[in-house]
Write a protein that binds this ligand. Structure first.
Ligand SMILES: [Ca+2]
Ligand SMILES: [Ca+2]
Ligand SMILES: [Ca+2]
Length: 316
């Protein structure tokens, strides 16, 4: 526990938006008067921020008097910006940390290196796609097109990003109508396949009369569906990885439709039933997983579960 002088408390009251009580509690919680650069490095590395370059940038913001040690007062001022700073103070603080070579400009590589480290704390590093997104972010924010972001461009980009996020969080009547439309589409995509799959069972007496098939042949038709349904998902799964679930979902539904068209043709032979059921099976079991993957892609976390529910309801 460290006791600050009244003079130090008054100065920090002046420099930060903390209350006297908050300032004093920082000191009370501290076990030593100063933090060394190496202790700081150790703490940062433990938190997943291992890059010495980024540690240096944060340290420069912290050790304001540059004496090589972080005092409690310096720590209070640094934390105050992050916790109680205005938007522009926080943005400025991040700009100084992101600007690794300290030239007053953010290059795309600096944004990727720093954002990657901060974002990647305790999780995966940035993917090439995420890096590309950051490059696009820098290119779009770079209004004077010199390839870098100065502080004004960085501020404008962050402000735009914030207002965009706020806008996207406000739901309007239009959003709810769009949601209703999407529920309808989800039902639509699920209904056709869910109807086509068990139709043999429901229409067994019709098939017996119309095609003259026996009970064992009906059993065979059901079995054939599951035979091709074990092959379909293997192919479908490969394409989901390669091409994304949406296109696979559409393709699988087209395959099921093709099978249904074959069933509807006026060729009333057992051979045609066999072919049609094999075709339906090929696409039929691809739809459940590509449908869920598509829902995850299209809907945010809150709506995704609703859509899965809608889908399961239709399946049942
Ligand atoms: Ca210092
Ligand atoms: Ca720079
Ligand atoms: Ca620029």
């Amino acid at each position: 526990m460290v006791q600050p002088t009244q003079e130090t408390v008054d100065r920090l009251l002046n420099e930060t938006r903390f209350t006297e009580k908050e300032i004093r509690s920082f000191f009370e919680l501290s076990t030593s008067e100063e933090l060394s650069r190496s202790d700081f490095g150790e703490i940062m590395t433990q938190q997943g921020l291992s890059s010495p370059l980024i540690q240096d940038r944060i340290w420069e913001s912290l050790d304001k008097d540059g004496n090589g040690n972080g005092s409690i007062s310096e720590l209070v001022v640094f934390v105050a910006v992050l916790l109680r700073g205005t938007d522009s103070e926080v943005v400025d603080a991040f700009f100084r940390i992101f600007d690794l070579n300290g030239d007053g400009n953010l290059s795309p590589d600096e944004v990727i290196a720093t954002y990657g480290q901060i974002r990647a704390t305790g999780s995966e590093p940035l993917t090439p796609e995420q890096e590309d997104e950051l490059r696009v972010f820098v290119a779009e924010a770079d209004t004077n097109k010199d390839g870098n972001l100065d502080i004004e461009e960085f501020r404008a980009a962050i402000t735009a990003l914030k207002s965009e996020t706020a806008k996207s969080q406000k739901k309007t009547m239009r959003d709810y109508l769009a949601l209703a439309g999407l529920i309808f589409l989800t039902i639509w995509f699920e209904t056709s396949t869910s109807f086509a799959l068990p139709v043999i069972g429901a229409l067994s007496s019709y098939f017996k009369d119309e095609y003259g098939v026996s009970d064992s042949q009906l059993g065979l038709l059901s079995g054939l569906y599951y035979l091709s349904a074990t092959v379909g998902p293997m192919i479908g799964g490969l394409f989901v990885v390669k091409r994304g679930p949406t296109i696979v979902l559409v393709a699988a539904n087209i395959v099921v439709l093709l099978g249904c068209v074959l069933l509807a043709l006026p060729v009333r032979t057992f051979g045609m039933l066999v072919v049609a059921r094999l075709v339906i099976g090929l696409g039929g079991e691809v739809t459940p997983f590509s449908n869920v993957e598509t829902l995850a892609l299209v809907f945010g976390r809150d709506v995704f579960m609703l859509m899965c529910g809608v889908r399961n309801l239709i399946q049942a």
